[in-house]
Design a protein around this ligand. Structure first.
Ligand code: TXA
Ligand code: MG
Length: 357
């Protein structure tokens, strides 16, 4: 573990100062741990070809060594070092979605340290779209392995302050470029099998992938866990959890149930956090005595699904920091699009506490 201070380097999100980027890049090349923004969430970067540095990263995050990392690149050329084989479909997917929030699982090259891929014979690779990530990785001149820059099982960070909340003193640098734009992690797509398979839902939706692939499988989290080793450890339940138990309310009567339970909890002296959509409180059957109002913390997300995605993890952290005893969240489910990824993350945060109305 790293003792001491974490240096915060502030940069402009669109035009980062090259000298600042060069300093962070030098730290990466030297085996350091450098958190940086991507368009999805902040990543904790390390030289993907330096096994000792990768081991330090797992330690800093408290992440089990069985959970493989995503390697970040800024050119297709960089793929050749990482993969043993490049399925034909990769070029079409890269042409359409890279740089962007799509991670591809590909056959691993022996040049990649086993620590990166948790000894799997596949490797997850993506080309991030954020100008700061692009500048940093290009300046470092190495492939950069980067999990989300949170402590294991905490919500992913969408601001530098979230990274510091979890990892201050445990990492060398955080490059701060403000809030990330997408807010949920990349879509993970396995293209090593007969049928391309989505292992984790994200901003690149099944419909978007179907336009390129024709068909794509989706491994839904509410399916029973497969036996044997997990195909993607991101499928673990309780992976995006706040500290307070979160109950998710789904279905047509979700709000009414949520407000009824919230009213009862407050009456019983509990502090509650509510995750709602804008407008949910208007005309809601929820009223608390003035003296109990301090026991209710509300986060209203929206109005667009993209706004919900961008602010979801920050809202979970805010409610935790308000030390609530319980979080009651309304679902933002949709039949397709970004709502699928949002529903996926909220179900994981709920870890089984889902009320169907
Ligand atoms: O948006 C993102 O993907 C962010 C930013 C920083 O790029 N990164 C991120 O990394 O979310 P992480 O480590 O929190 O999640 C990586 C996911 C995990 O679910 C992991 O199990 C899966 O990718 N994964 C990595 N390598 C894999 C492989 N070889 N086969 C299957 N799944 C893999
Ligand atoms: Mg993560």
């Amino acid at each position: 573990m790293m003792a001491g201070m974490t240096e915060v380097i502030e940069v402009n999100p669109e035009h980062p100062d090259p000298a600042a980027i060069a300093r962070a890049a030098a730290r990466l090349r030297a085996g350091g741990l450098v958190a940086f923004p991507t368009e999805t969430v902040y990543g904790l970067g390390v030289n993907a070809l330096d096994a000792a540095a990768v081991r330090r990263l797992f330690q800093a995050k408290g992440r089990p060594s069985t959970d493989p990392l995503i390697v970040h690149i800024t050119s297709l050329q960089a793929l050749t070092v990482l993969v043993s084989e490049r399925p034909a479909i990769v070029d079409s997917l890269a042409a359409r979605f890279w740089p962007g929030p799509l991670t591809l699982v590909l056959p691993r090259s022996p040049a990649v340290p086993m620590e990166v891929t948790a000894s799997l014979d596949t490797i997850a690779v993506r080309m991030p779209a954020h100008p700061v990530a692009h500048a940093l990785i290009t300046a470092a001149g190495i492939p950069v392995a980067a999990p989300s820059a949170n402590l294991f099982s905490r919500p992913s960070p969408t601001r530098a302050a979230h990274v510091l909340e979890d990892l201050h003193g445990r990492i060398d640098i955080v490059v701060d470029a403000g809030e990330t734009t997408v807010g949920v992690e990349s879509t993970v797509l396995d293209v090593t099998g007969e049928q391309p398979m989505i292992l984790r839902l994200g901003a690149v939706t099944p419909e978007m992938l179907r336009e390129v692939l024709g068909t794509v499988g989706v491994r839904h989290t509410h399916e029973p866990p497969p036996t044997g080793p997990l195909p993607s450890p991101g499928l673990l339940e309780r992976h995006y959890s706040p500290r307070a138990p979160l109950t998710l309310y789904e279905g047509p009567d979700a709000l009414r149930s949520l407000f009824r339970d919230a009213t009862a909890a407050v009456a019983a002296g509990q502090r509650v956090g509510l995750m709602l959509a804008r407008g949910d409180l208007d005309g809601a059957t929820f009223s608390v005595e003035p003296h109990a109002r301090q026991n209710v913390t509300v986060r209203e997300l929206g109005p667009e699904l993209s706004d919900v995605a961008r602010t979801l993890y920050g809202a979970l952290r805010d409610l935790d920091n308000a030390s609530v005893d319980a979080i009651l969240a309304r679902a933002f489910s949709t039949a397709d699009g970004l709502g699928l990824a949002i529903a996926d993350r909220m179900r994981r945060a709920a870890a089984g506490r889902v009320v169907h109305t």
